[in-house]
Design a protein around this ligand. Structure first.
Ligand SMILES: [Zn+2]
Length: 247
């Protein structure tokens, strides 16, 4: 079973395609489970000019409605392609501490299948680096950590990696291995991902802790999608006996 739990559609300002196009590219590539995870601010503000407006904060009342509309669309797509692929209704949460990026206080996302949290390890993050508190605020059944070197983050907090990952497992929080490789990301490869797959000691800590690990391509254009790369990294996790979400 091949998973990709990180993908973007035209609901993200940097995304290019309709959800249907993204899902069809995944089906053609042999993906079994696809998580659609558009950026919360793209979903919530809908239009880039609204987002960029200094008055964006005044649009908070439409934000929650947009969170529902996006979910409803992804849900229809999920139903349309049922039997061919399992679509998970997700959202990626920017946690930069400014007016327009993070989820507005009180905005409900608990009805999504899962969310991805990014910028956890930035000093400007609204999470304050506290993954467990922010995951509770998200309140989705499953939470993922995206774009983050968790071993470095854990070390910076003076915590023990095995204990931290075990706590993640207990709280249904998984760690995403971002395998993006496309022009949108200037063919940049995440160092923490390369490091993890090269380091058997780290893999052993993760495996023993029981924390789940996902693979995400972080795709923004269906034309640039590399499903074989997604398959390759899923197979690395399977070979390392590391469990994945939604198995
Ligand atoms: Zn993303």
């Amino acid at each position: 079973m091949i998973q990709d739990l990180h993908s973007h559609t035209y609901y993200s300002f940097c995304g290019g395609d309709a959800p249907e196009t993204v899902v069809e590219a995944a089906i053609a590539g042999g993906i079994d489970v696809l998580g659609i995870t558009d950026n919360n601010y793209g979903v919530g503000y809908g239009r880039c000019d609204v987002f960029l407006s200094q008055y964006a904060a005044g649009f908070a009342s439409t934000y929650e409605r947009m969170l529902r509309k996006y979910y409803d669309h992804i849900n229809l797509v999920r139903e349309k392609y049922a039997g061919k692929i399992e679509v998970k209704r997700g959202i990626e949460l920017c946690t930069l501490n400014d007016v327009i990026h993070p989820l507005p206080d009180g905005a409900d996302i608990s009805f999504y299948d899962f969310c991805l949290i990014e910028n956890l390890d930035w000093k400007e993050s609204v999470t304050g680096g506290d993954l467990f508190a922010y995951a509770k605020r998200c309140d989705t059944p499953v939470v993922g950590v995206a774009h983050t070197d968790l071993f470095a983050h854990i070390a910076s907090r003076g915590e023990d990696p095995y204990d931290y990952f075990s706590r993640m497992a207990e709280n249904n929080i998984f760690w995403e291995m971002n395998v993006s490789y496309d022009p949108t990301h200037h063919y940049r490869v995440h160092g923490y991902m390369v490091d993890f797959f090269a380091d058997e000691e780290k893999q052993d800590i993760v495996r023993r802790s029981g924390v789940l690990v996902s693979v995400g391509f972080d795709g923004h254009r269906a034309a640039d999608y590399l499903p074989d790369r997604v398959r390759e990294y899923n197979e690395k996790l399977i070979a390392a006996n590391i469990r994945r979400p939604f198995e």
